[in-house]
Write a protein that binds this ligand. Sequence first.
Ligand code: FES
Length: 107
Amino acid sequence: MVQITFVQPDGSRTTIDANEGASVMEAAVSNGIDGIFAECGGAMMCATCHCYVDDDWRDKTGERADGEEIMLECAAAELRETSRLSCQIRLTGALDGLVVHLPDEQA
Ligand code: FES
């Protein structure tokens, strides 16, 4: 299991346990985290799974996937250097303790 902490725009935090191999989006949705809509189910076609990776975790979550950048430009909230589609971050043991921040709007 991998722990992920989601930080809402108001600063409130929720920590969940997720399975390795799942995406951050899947972990959020299955745990009822507010602020991740994932309308396309992870097909990289909606940008409603936008999140900001905490600065301390940027190296470990890797680069954006091919095509991710284009979808991020469609995201409702501000695009930042730390912006990722949470459906494109696959959980591994190296991400245990991951912190992601949620945007103030998704659609
Ligand atoms: S769930 Fe639609 S782009 Fe991630």
